[in-house]
Design a protein around this ligand. Sequence first.
Ligand SMILES: Cc1cc2nc3c(=O)[nH]c(=O)nc-3n(C[C@H](O)[C@H](O)[C@H](O)COP(=O)(O)OP(=O)(O)OC[C@H]3O[C@@H](n4cnc5c(N)ncnc54)[C@H](O)[C@@H]3O)c2cc1C
Length: 408
Amino acid sequence: MIETADVVIIGSGIVGSSVAYHLAEQGCTNVLVIEREAHQGKGSTGKSMGGVRAQFATDVNIQMSRYSIDFFSRFDEVVGYPADYRAHGYLFCANSEQHLDYLKTNRERQLALGVRNVELVSREDIVKFVPQLRADDILGGTFCPTDGFVDPHSVMMGFMLKARERGVRLWLDIQVTGIETELVGSGSAGAAPAPAAASSNSFPHRQVTGVNTTRGVISTRVVVNAAGPWAAEVARMAGAELPVEPLRRQLVPTEPFDKLPKRFPMVIDMSTGFHFRREGKGILLAWNDPEETPGFKTEFDPSFVEKILMRAASRVPCLVDAEVNPRRAWAGLYEMTPDHHAIIGPASNVAGLYFVNGFSGHGVMHSPASGRITADLILQGRSKLIDASQLSVKRFAEGRLLEETAVL
Ligand SMILES: Cc1cc2nc3c(=O)[nH]c(=O)nc-3n(C[C@H](O)[C@H](O)[C@H](O)COP(=O)(O)OP(=O)(O)OC[C@H]3O[C@@H](n4cnc5c(N)ncnc54)[C@H](O)[C@@H]3O)c2cc1C
């Protein structure tokens, strides 16, 4: 007998899991999530730094963060599983007037959108958070106490476990190898839930009819592409173009280090982009190498250690004493779009195909909002959370790019 589902989600990372959860919460439970790995979290989700912040530059990112951080603060109670949300804050440190003005402008926008607790801080305030910082060139910064961290693996598992309690099915170790479509004429999309794209497309158009997998064919009229860095490849299976490319990011944990406070915010040195936070007894060091080029590179490059330690020691001199074992460092893939914003919503040319991709480094923090928006679009054709048309893939063809400059 051929397997059927109202919605098939490709990918069970934090984003696919959130979509499954939000569909199930809205009563759509005949959902099948397909994951090619034997375990969840082997993609970008398992590599993430777990940072969550509302301190963004564009309205849509601020709105997505506001919803998501509020969700994380209630996650344990609402979802019934822990998210390990720690409101330790994000502290941006500016050492040029230009950066300080940028933070002030962003703060005005954040306040206007209801993120009311972003504070302007002086050099003296900054040093109180982390007395070991070299602050002679710091002019000030911003701090938001409800920014912080979550455990991405726990969030992903919480979403999926709850979705499965509601009836969602998860297939592990099964790869999606193709997406079937058919050419249809006017008014043909009859199955529930009706894909919003079907009604708005010009006719005749192509409609999703199923997916091919290593376990056979699944009949469905709605497919959600939640394939993380592999999203463009999955879109191509349906003949759709998706401007998402993988870009390596590397993280370096130190061995236990007690010369910095036990608790402090994520600190961002805006002069270099170097940022760091406490991870257990050690410190987690991050820096996005501007020389990195797109590609599926997931090996950690040992020469990165020296590059990052140089930036670390320049801002936090005591970090020269930190020990680093390169074997404990890791690399993963960001899913980058040309304007550093997610792509959420129906494909332009295939009815029933939905994208929730291209988070450009923010897929963990925006997972609650992106799951909710995707479920809304599939089930109701619109979302009350944000004007989702801003995130549509059409923006690239129409030249409506949304540039986010606060990318870490
Ligand atoms: C080093 C690093 C640090 C980061 N730090 C942060 C941070 O601090 N905060 C933040 O918000 N974000 C951060 N991110 C980004 C974040 O991790 C991602 O945006 C997020 O995890 C994307 O989740 P996803 O579910 O879309 O993708 P993934 O977790 O990659 O999941 C996609 C899944 O799809 C599966 N799949 C792909 N193709 C197929 C197929 N054909 N058939 C079946 N299954 C398939 C894959 O196996 C994978 O499990 C970081 C990323 C990296 C690499």
